[in-house]
Design a binder for this molecule. Structure first.
Ligand code: AMP
Length: 210
């Protein structure tokens, strides 16, 4: 399965990617997680990305295309992959296509902006492994501690309310057109966000015939 997850920031792409990844035994590639790790480690890519990420803007396409092509060339992607948060612009999608990286489906998780704004205020993220939690809908077993690796959870700087608004505007302007892009290729599936993580997973599995 070669799958792209589309949807606004906070739609639950990362959470659903993690679940599907385990179920299908294929890696999830999250450019957001790759960029956050690069920023934490102060690499040249991280230093370049920081100014964009922190204000809720998109990192330039050429940086992202370089990261994703390199990652998809690794052997663990040979049997399939889930792309979480990439492509996010038409040029990124075109670069995948022209690079011969075919996909089975682009699946869009549909959520209203208001639900996103409410949801992002409760998000907690692991700075070490990238796992994502929510104080109400998906709390970690021990408060403030990552279930997966035990690190202290943090609030992403770009989850601040004004940055979330900027990210939603960017989503509608730059990323939402990808639905038409993949729709025109007969590759688009959409599911509506459900009240629980499990119910959304069930919708996704139904849409993908899993
Ligand atoms: P995410 O964790 O997917 O919400 O990504 C966090 C931030 O990283 C975004 O707001 C962007 O600044 C940047 N980013 C992640 N993926 C991409 C991408 N495919 N294209 C451009 N910027 C990205």
């Amino acid at each position: 399965m070669k799958l792209i997850l589309l949807g606004a920031p906070g739609a639950g792409k990362g959470t659903q990617a993690e679940i599907l990844s385990k179920k299908l035994s294929i890696p999830t590639i999250s450019t957001g997680n790759i960029l956050r790790a690069a920023m934490k480690n102060g690499t040249p890519v991280g230093l370049k990305a920081k100014e964009y990420v922190e204000k809720g803007a998109l990192v330039p396409d050429e940086v992202i295309i370089g990261i994703i092509k390199e990652r998809l060339a690794e052997p663990d992607c040979a049997g399939g992959f889930i792309l979480d948060g990439v492509p996010r612009t038409i040029p990124q999608a075109e670069a995948l296509e022209s690079g011969g990286i075919g996909i089975d489906w682009a699946l869009s998780i549909e959520v209203s902006d208001q639900v996103i704004i409410d949801r992002m205020s409760g998000r907690r993220t692991c700075p070490d492994c990238g796992a994502s939690f929510h104080v109400v809908s998906n709390p970690p077993k021990a408060e403030g501690v990552c279930d997966a690796c035990g690190a202290a959870l943090t609030i992403r700087k770009d989850d601040a309310p004004e940055t979330v608004k900027a990210r939603l505007e960017t989503y509608h302007a730059e990323t939402e057109p990808l639905k038409a892009f993949y729709g025109a290729r007969g590759k688009l599936k959409t599911v509506d966000n459900q009240p629980t993580i499990e119910a959304t997973t069930a919708e996704i599995e139904k849409a993908l015939g899993l």
